[in-house]
Design a protein around this ligand. Structure first.
Ligand SMILES: CC(C)(COP(=O)(O)OP(=O)(O)OC[C@H]1O[C@@H](n2cnc3c(N)ncnc32)[C@H](O)[C@@H]1OP(=O)(O)O)[C@@H](O)C(=O)NCCC(=O)NCCS
Length: 276
């Protein structure tokens, strides 16, 4: 099996075997063409001489961190360690560039993937939870739909770049930051929260203080994304409601939020009408 860099000629074959990867489909068919010439990432394929048996991508997140994703093995070729071979080549490419940490995210229910990454030497460091809800219309939720509003919801206040480093410094030692291993989301990828990342969030207007809580947010199309939320048991529900209010102000249609897997925090998200 030849593990080599992807070419434009491989694209149709990759699309054909990835279209129905998951029940919801897959993002690989839409993205693969745009990845081929990107020099800050590596897409490798497993070529058995007659067909493409697997594909995977790793991208640089910072000088020391990389993110691996989009590993897909053709359904006819699973169970032969091909994903491990892809990951070995991606790992060697990263180490050559001075990267010391490769991270990836897998769904807790994906048994084959969990087995594959465990065999390849990865270990579980954090369990981020994704909470989401629609904004605006009536969205029934068994745990409540935002609950009864109290009049003393603390509004979110934009943080200036000058104060960003102070918040970034608090993240590694807070309960939420420890549970998240100091990571912050960029869409569905995670990297360490550095002063630079926090300052950039502030510059683009996405760093917020809500009472004693604080958050990093982005608006992507019609989705308001919370990439980081630092809070405490007393303030979590109010902070999440304030963030949902912000999403409404920004005229977002959906609200998505990455939070640490801490009971009081996931409960607050459910009370604010989010599905987890
Ligand atoms: C997850 C995936 C990439 C693993 O690739 P792989 O090359 O089959 O990996 P491995 O050969 O190391 O097998 C891993 C585990 O899959 C399971 N497995 C074995 N044969 C399998 C088959 N025919 N079909 C599905 N899973 C199988 C086994 O539990 C195996 O562990 P074992 O070797 O200890 O028995 C592949 O199953 C896949 O493409 N799945 C769909 C896409 C996906 O979930 N990608 C990862 C998202 S983060």
């Amino acid at each position: 099996m030849d593990i080599r860099r992807v070419t434009h000629e491989d694209v149709d074959e990759i699309v054909a075997f990835t279209e129905g990867t998951f029940e919801w489909g897959d993002y690989v068919p839409d993205m693969i063409s745009s990845w081929v010439d990107d020099r800050d990432s590596l897409v490798v394929v497993a070529d058995n001489g007659s067909e493409i048996a697997g594909v995977g991508r790793v991208m640089l997140m910072s000088p020391s961190e990389a993110w691996s994703h989009a590993v897909r093995v053709h359904p006819d070729h699973r169970g032969h360690g091909i994903a491990g071979d892809l990951l070995d080549t991606m790992t060697a490419w990263c180490f050559k560039r001075g990267v010391s940490i490769i991270r990836l995210l897998i769904d807790d229910t994906n048994k084959a993937s969990k087995r594959h990454v465990t065999k390849t030497g990865f270990r579980l460091v954090a369990t981020p939870m994704h909470a989401s809800r629609e904004i605006g219309g009536t969205t029934p939720n068994p745990d409540g739909n935002g609950g009864r509003r109290t009049s003393d919801v603390v509004p979110a206040r934009r943080v200036k770049s000058a104060d960003a480093a102070m918040l970034a410094a608090a993240w590694p030692s807070s309960e939420c930051g420890r549970a998240m291993r100091t990571l912050v989301a960029t869409g569905w990828q995670f990297a360490r929260l550095t002063d630079e990342v926090a300052e950039e969030a502030a510059r683009s207007g996405g760093l917020w203080e809500i009472g004693s809580s604080w958050a990093v947010t982005t608006l992507n199309d019609a989705t308001f994304d919370v990439a980081l939320l630092d809070s405490d048991p007393a303030d979590a529900l109010g902070a999440i409601r304030a963030l949902i209010d912000l999403a409404k102000t920004e005229q977002a249609e959906r609200f998505g939020m990455w939070i640490a897997d801490i009971e009081w925090l996931t409960q607050a998200a459910a009370l604010a009408g989010c599905d987890l």
